[in-house]
Design a protein. Structure first.
Ligand code: CTP
Ligand code: MG
Length: 419
């Protein structure tokens, strides 16, 4: 742990830290609470801002700089959220100016931090992606990075008496936001060197000769300064919550996505009136059980699976494929049909996803050998086969013990390379 802020490694080996400055009083907002603790969308301004930080692609180390008299309370609120996101978080008391608050946050960074993002809690809706982009740009360029938006209004330079002196070329202007990111050592040196009070870190860094680049900002990263900003934030947050709650529109499969197909197969065999016919079901022999009659071995489970697979592939059915009079299949076991079916599917460009089959009948009791049956059939089909069984509560021919029904569903997918 790096609760001490200086020694051991961070929980998740982060080399990126985010300092969230939240120690201002919010004079212009005019709320009794310090601005960061003002309610917003069932949370606080700081809570919403923290969520964006915790939503970063790679977990950062987080320092929250809180109003001095509210440090414990802020720690209690923030620590569980950070812990739930496996993020290291420390809370420290801020100073009299924003710059001083940032400096106090910087003093908390563990040794291994290489990139520092400074963010105003007062910009609670700044999206996580902006944090990711700023951090990535600092890493890639080694410069200071600030998110900025173009100026849309015409801008005038005006003197103290309200006379317009000139129209400023707005194409050269940007409105900058936070998070602002810097290589850690560069920002620390700039803070040590700072001889004046600056309104943002980019100005402080630039004064120390640090190159600073602008990357695209986001309108949602606006700063809550006056009451109308708070209303806007609450409304945007409500819209965000509503759109997250909306079920997403059903999406069609992409035009070239491989489309899986399903098939159903049913087979019924009567118990053989003659004693001594062996029972074959689900690929297994069942000693001591009355056998099923049929041209082949009467394995309704294997046959239902074949029919489901053939139907899914549009290759007809087992009767058409093997013929009920073909002497080669007289007495043949289920595995013969299954192997040939799977081979034909593969030749047609299909691969089996899975098969589910249910046996309907009083006997045999399937449960004791279910795992054995599933393993055998899975091996034959080359994909998971699950076997279930049910009785019909004494109803119908299965209830009277006259025979067995098996119902199978198969999912198949185009084998890679299928046109
Ligand atoms: N900030 C800070 N410590 C200070 C002053 C400001 O951590 N001594 C933080 C604020 O909490 C805010 C950010 O810096 O997240 C930007 O400051 P600003 O919007 O000016 O907030 P306040 O100073 O709180 O508001 P005001 O200027 O209206 O009093
Ligand atoms: Mg202020």
């Amino acid at each position: 742990m790096s609760r001490d802020g200086h020694y051991g490694g961070t929980v998740n080996d982060s080399t990126v830290a985010v300092i969230v400055v939240a120690a201002g009083s919010g004079t212009r907002l005019g709320h009794p609470e310090p601005k960061a603790l003002v309610p917003l969308g069932g949370d606080t301004i700081l809570g919403v801002a923290l969520d964006a930080v915790l939503g970063m692609r790679e977990a950062p180390y987080v320092v929250v700089v809180a109003p001095a008299e509210r440090v414990d309370e802020v720690r209690e609120r923030c620590a569980p959220r950070a812990a739930a996101a496996s993020v290291d978080l420390v809370v420290v008391a801020g100073g009299l100016t924003r710059q001083e608050s940032v400096a106090r946050g910087l003093a908390e960074l563990p040794r291994e931090i290489e990139v520092v993002l400074v963010h105003d809690a007062a910009r609670p809706l700044a999206p996580s992606a902006v944090f990711d982009e700023v951090a990535a740009a600092v890493e890639a360029r080694g410069h200071g990075i600030v998110p900025g938006l173009p100026v849309v209004d015409t801008v005038k330079r005006v003197d103290g008496e309200g006379h317009v002196l000139e129209t400023v070329d707005r194409s050269e202007l940007a409105v900058v936001q936070t998070p602002q990111g810097f290589p850690r050592e560069v920002l620390e040196s700039a803070y040590v060197a700072a001889g004046a009070d600056f309104t943002d870190d980019a100005a402080l860094a630039a004064a120390a000769g640090v190159p600073v680049d602008v990357v695209p900002g986001d309108a949602r990263a606006f700063k809550v300064t006056v009451p109308s900003d708070l209303r806007r934030a609450a409304q945007e947050l409500a819209e965000r919550a509503a759109s997250a709650a909306e079920p997403s529109a059903p999406r069609a499969l992409p035009a070239h996505a491989p489309v899986p197909r399903v098939g159903t197969g049913i087979d019924v065999h009567a118990f053989d009136a003659a004693d001594g016919t062996p029972l074959w079901l689900a690929g297994l022999e069942w000693p001591g059980e009355r056998g099923l009659s049929g041209h082949s071995d009467g394995d309704a489970v294997a046959h239902a699976i074949c029919d489901a697979l053939l139907a899914a592939a549009g290759l007809g059915d087992i009767g058409g494929m093997f013929g009920t009079v073909d002497p080669r299949f007289s007495g043949a076991h289920g595995e013969v049909f299954l192997a040939e079916t799977v081979r034909r599917l593969a030749a047609a460009g299909w691969r089996v996803g899975n098969v589910s089959v249910q046996v309907v009948g009083n006997r045999p009791k399937l449960a004791p050998r279910r795992a054995e049956a599933e393993a055998l059939l899975t091996g034959l089909v080359g994909a998971p086969v699950s076997v279930a069984a049910t009785t019909t509560d004494g109803l119908g021919f299965t209830g009277r013990g006259e025979g067995v029904t098996a119902i199978a569903t198969a999912l198949i997918v185009p084998a890679s390379g299928r046109a």
